[in-house]
Design a binder for this molecule. Structure first.
Ligand code: ADP
Length: 493
């Protein structure tokens, strides 16, 4: 296969700036593709207040990058961090738009100028390709923040340049609920004529929808798991973009590719953020991790009680309200412990914190974003909760399996694709616990089922643990699927 030059455009990438799974993917998949011989240029905004120690590593690549925005020009710089010969991160520096303490919102309220910020960013990425004299084979946009790049690529604004003469575009949907849906008065900012404001491009119920523009104009569209790809074709999961996706799917242009995980960062054998390392063969360290986690969270240090972990954005999507509705019954009647880490909706934060203050011997809650504690919870819990309403892929269930922690998931999206439900007859082919009906009773019943397997069938639980730890979720497997997608897209030029 011919090696490609790929421009990957995203609003966040680990370890530089992260709010969720998009950052994990953007940090790991470009690296996996570079390892396979492709040339990767990752373009993202520069967030000086968030990037901490990486600020010192930046090298100025290009000054005075002019970026048209509406009827004027914004000025930016390109700053580089080179990771390897074939992988370079290019950061778009623009203080007014990106020098802020958070990525997209302030205390849950979206920044009012998000349309300006990300229309600017998508255009800046295209300008950066020209400024750096790249000749990409693929423009890979991610989510609404950069989807507009696919529209630009089709437009005379950029088609005229030799740099893009053999370039195809992909847009990956990491979560279809976030669409970049704005008043149509923002349309002139794009610099595209009103002819692009139509049903087959950027128009969506008389509003400007950046993700829709990407979905309709990219040479290929994908999302991050096969089941989520199917689900998003339905009104229930498609957040009104399902008709556009059905149109693409009908022509074979829409598919699901399961995310991988960074198996070096999430490796119980070498993880420096957990108190004791362990492997599939030597599991003693996991007991230490459980004890230390209980101690740190001020829970009784008991090995016989199943410990449930949960690390999540506290959002409607994640079904945290379903959990909060049933956990009190478990706290009153069952021998279970819970460690929760998350931040998000204020009413969920308050509800969980209240439960922790009422039952401190059974549930500990930390509100905030804490990577070290996330690793501790993955390593120290027995069971990991993901009661999501919908889940494009989900990463934590795969991290959990690496650490021998059984994911308990709602069977949706990537959770359904990655977890095989516990089977008494064949525990060594199982990788977790599933429930289907989205209600507190089903979740509670499944938690009780998982707890009873943990307590009463320890050999079966251990057999399942061993099987979970064997699963291969490395990016290398997934990178091959993306190569096929790129070939498909290039074939549609
Ligand atoms: P999403 O992208 O929808 O938030 P994913 O499961 O795809 O969900 O990815 C979430 C990522 O963010 C995981 O790496 C998870 O460990 C991490 N994460 C979420 N909330 C927190 C938190 N409060 N502290 C630390 N890590 C978190």
């Amino acid at each position: 296969m011919k090696k490609k030059t790929i421009v990957w455009i995203c609003s966040e990438a680990a370890p530089f700036a992260k709010s969720g799974g998009l950052a994990d993917v953007s940090g790991a998949l470009p690296a996996a593709l570079a390892d396979r011989g492709h040339h990767l240029h990752v373009i993202m905004p520069f967030y000086p207040q968030i990037m901490g120690r990486y600020n010192q590593k930046l090298k100025v690549r290009y000054q005075g990058l002019g970026v048209p925005l509406g009827h004027w020009n914004e000025w930016a710089q390109i700053l580089d961090i080179r990771i390897s010969e074939r992988l370079c991160f290019h950061f778009i520096e623009h203080h007014r738009f990106f020098d802020r303490p958070s990525l997209y919102d302030h205390n849950g309220v979206e920044f009012a100028d998000n349309p300006e910020r990300f229309i600017f960013f998508s255009r800046a990425a295209m300008q950066a390709v020209l400024a750096m004299r790249l000749k990409p084979d693929i423009i890979h946009a991610n989510d609404w923040h950069s989807a507009l790049a696919c529209v630009y690529l089709r437009s005379p604004l950029y088609r005229q340049f030799d740099n893009f003469s053999h370039c195809a575009s992909i847009v990956t949907i990491h979560n279809i609920a976030y669409q970049g849906n704005f008043e149509k008065s923002k349309m002139p900012l794009t610099g595209l004529g009103w002819q692009y404001f139509n049903y087959h491009c950027l128009e969506f119920h008389d509003r400007l929808c950046l993700l829709k523009g990407g979905v309709m104009t990219a040479h290929a569209v994908n999302t991050v798991s096969p089941t989520y790809a199917l689900e998003t074709l339905s009104p229930e999961y498609g957040f009104s973009l399902d008709p556009s996706l059905r149109e693409r799917a009908m022509n074979g242009d829409y598919k699901g590719i399961l995310n991988g995980i960074d198996s070096d960062e999430w490796n119980p054998e070498s993880d420096k953020l957990i108190p004791s390392n362990f492997t599939r063969e030597r599991m003693a360290g996991k007991k230490v991790c459980k004890r230390k986690l209980q101690r740190e969270m001020s829970l009784p240090e008991r090995s016989d009680v199943p410990l449930f972990g949960l690390v999540s954005r506290l959002a409607y999507q994640k079904g945290i309200d379903i959990f909060a509705s049933c956990v009190e019954e478990a706290l009153l009647k069952d021998e279970m412990q819970f460690v929760i880490l998350g931040s998000g909706e204020p009413f969920l934060q308050t509800r969980l914190s209240y439960l922790a203050s009422k039952h401190p011997e059974k549930i500990a809650v930390k509100i905030g974003f804490d990577n070290r504690l996330a690793h501790m919870i993955e390593a120290g819990s027995d069971i990991f909760l993901m009661p999501s309403r919908y889940e494009p892929c989900g990463l934590n269930q795969m991290y959990s399996m690496r650490y021998g922690t059984a994911p308990l998931v709602r069977a949706t999206g990537g959770l359904d694709d990655t977890v095989s439900n516990f089977d008494y007859a064949n525990p060594s082919a199982s990788t977790g616990f599933k429930f289907w009906d989205l209600n507190p009773r089903s979740l509670l019943d499944t938690m009780r089922w998982a707890a009873s397997v943990y307590r009463n069938k320890p050999q079966s639980f251990k057999a399942m643990q061993k099987n979970m730890m064997l699963q291969d979720f490395s990016w290398n497997r997934t990178a091959g699927e993306y190569e096929k997608l790129y070939d498909n897209a290039a074939g549609r030029l």
